[in-house]
Design a protein around this ligand. Sequence first.
Ligand code: PGD
Length: 775
Amino acid sequence: MTLVPTTSHWGAYSVQVEDGRVTAVVPHAADPDPSPLLGNVADSLHHPTRIARPAIRRGWLERGAGPDHGRGEEPFVEVSWEEALDRLAAELARVRERHGNEAIFGGSYGWASAGRFHHAQSQLHRFLNLIGGYTGSRNTYSTGTSEVLLPHILGGDEQVFRGASTWPTIVEHTELLVAFGGVPSKNVFVTPGGLTRHRSRHFLGEAVARGLEIALVSPLRADLPDEVPAAWYAVRPGSDVALMLGLCHTLVTEGLVDTDFLHRCCVGYEPFKAYLQGRADGEPKSAEWAEVRCEVPAASIRELARRMATRRTLVTVTWSLQRTDHGEQPVWAAIALAALLGQIGLPGGGFGHGYGSMGDIGDNGPRLRPPTFGQGRNPVHTFIPVARITDLLLHPGELFEYDGETHVYPDIRLVYWAGGNPFHHHQDLFRLRDALGRPDTVVVHDPYWTPMARHADVVLPATVSLERDDLGGGRRDSHLIAMRAAVPPYGEARDDHAILAGLAERLGVGERFTEGRTVADWLEHLYEDWRRGLERRGLDVPPFERFWAEGGVRIPSPDQDGTLLGAFRSDPSGRRLATPSGLIELCSETIGSFGYAECPAHPTWMPPRQWSDAPSFPLHLIANQPSTRLHSQLDVGAVSRASKIQGREPLRLHPDDAARRGIADGDVVRVTSPVGACLAGARVTADVRPGVVQLATGAWFDPQHDPELGWMCVHGNPNVVISDHPSSRLSQGCAGQHAMVEVERFDGPVPPLAVHAPPAFSPFDFTPSRPGPMP
Ligand code: PGD
């Protein structure tokens, strides 16, 4: 049996192929804990929702480019590659000439697939840069709020994202892990670009075996593996900051604060302390004060604070906590809490961000950049914070604030997306749908008829990783994998590189785009470049030919350990942080000077805006990452489909909430909020605290109209019921994690899913008399 190696965001593996079909998926030999998501690979490869041929929305062909609310509803016309690329090249030329490159939105956010060369966004950005640039996007949906906050208070984000205590250090030193958001094991399989050895669950088990105590602070027990013992603090969603402040207040009033650390390494303790004591607002942030907001008993809060002060304690916050209204606050308040304890920079102590949010956080693999494909430079400077996509399309010319500055939304005429699915990642999806009616043209490359592809005008079928040669590895990966094409491309699918090379050729930049190299030449070039870089650091890897023949290479770098803030801690004036004070900023004059009421100068409790939707919408919805797929990827795969209830995404709710509404396990339910409605399948469980429901992201958006109930997603995409409001004006980060909702049993006939089948196609008469957006 021949095994063909490859890698993915959920890990490295090999496939066995017979007659062009994958018959077995075998995890990488070095992976001690392979991802269950590997089970989605085989049957999604040739699923009917693969895009077989280039397709153009019929209305775009008939009526030409222009604002059109037919997107997402009209049939497609399948066309030849020549036809599709000629028309698209002409449309790109038209938009550039009439409106300038600023009118092209090419941010194209999304995870696409692993593979250093065939990375969809890198390919697209290189192409757009060569034709004069594009309006881009900044930051990520993952950590967009922290990415803007952390430079102000720690001088950057590297210290926490990749420089915090590694798992082996935690095993050795940490006595108490206070995990806000837990350490959800479903996420640790995933790392952008891949992680060959999944070891965090193993390390967590080892730490517990050595006596690590865990305080799980989350409304969901599943945020820590079942087998890991923990004291469960089932907070009300969105109230962690109140709990953190209650802990800080206890430390202050009971004299448990490390004043030496605060004076040596931090600024802003005094104003923060004054806030804790309620000097300005008359409300001391005591444990009793916190109890009212987070619903954890005051006595438990006090007891936890005392335990934290007497042990090596690591305070961690998952990324989901900053994906909320006022999402800066839980991160900043946790840093303040860790600073009060005086353990920042100590091995296994202080603050961590994202353990359990991503596989490589805490991993001690090599800190070496994998081979990288150059994108060039974007001559256009207009941008949006990534989660402002709908506002961008709806409000051209309007001002927006971001990180202390004011910018203008440009007038977008052409939206170009490759490797992302905004109808998965964005919020208030019916508003997004409306906004996507505004530009002249929407272009999508994707292997699948995702909801985004269905809302495009020009849809170009991309290959998946198993259909192309590439190099793969994540940013802390122990291996670089020779990803070999295992099966021929589906239908007429082409690599993103080949698609863009075809467009580049038509627009006169073909040679500059490809640099005259074939894909094989590029892979060898990127690898050899990387190899020379390693050589300069005294690290030896084999030449390309051997690497390719052997299916990959183990990167010969010692595992990394330690914490980047350790050096700062021992010499704060010599190893200044890149903050205005050179120290950790518990109070930031810079942030205060921006005057954002929703993000003041120090960590502050503010009730999440959606809480005011109660009592009409009394249940807290948590819309977190799924355990059965990566985001919306391979939603049609076996593992993802097997988890659905009557074909709907499962919604977990507490038995008391279910009983009150007459809902039984397995029922189809309707979820409503002030923003929208969706169907889901009820899963009744006591692992969710009362008053909370959980519905993972990633079920493909399936908008259908009911004559009585109006529009809803019949599949269970939670982003239909979550408002499109940023975390704050500071970061403008995605706040998609939470909403207030009501849930009721759905007694009507359950509508069939449309989105797991291809869209409608229509013939088209291409005689020259027909209009169409050709110049
Ligand atoms: P994916 O489903 O990974 O979601 O959002 P993102 O858009 O990244 O989309 C990737 C798309 O790329 C898929 O359609 C896939 O088919 C396509 N693709 C894969 N490989 C290729 C390729 O080689 N070429 C091309 N052209 N296409 C390819 C993720 C985003 O969602 C993220 S990162 C986070 S953290 C957010 N999380 C939340 C959340 O917690 N709660 C809510 N409510 N919403 C969220 N949205 C965000």
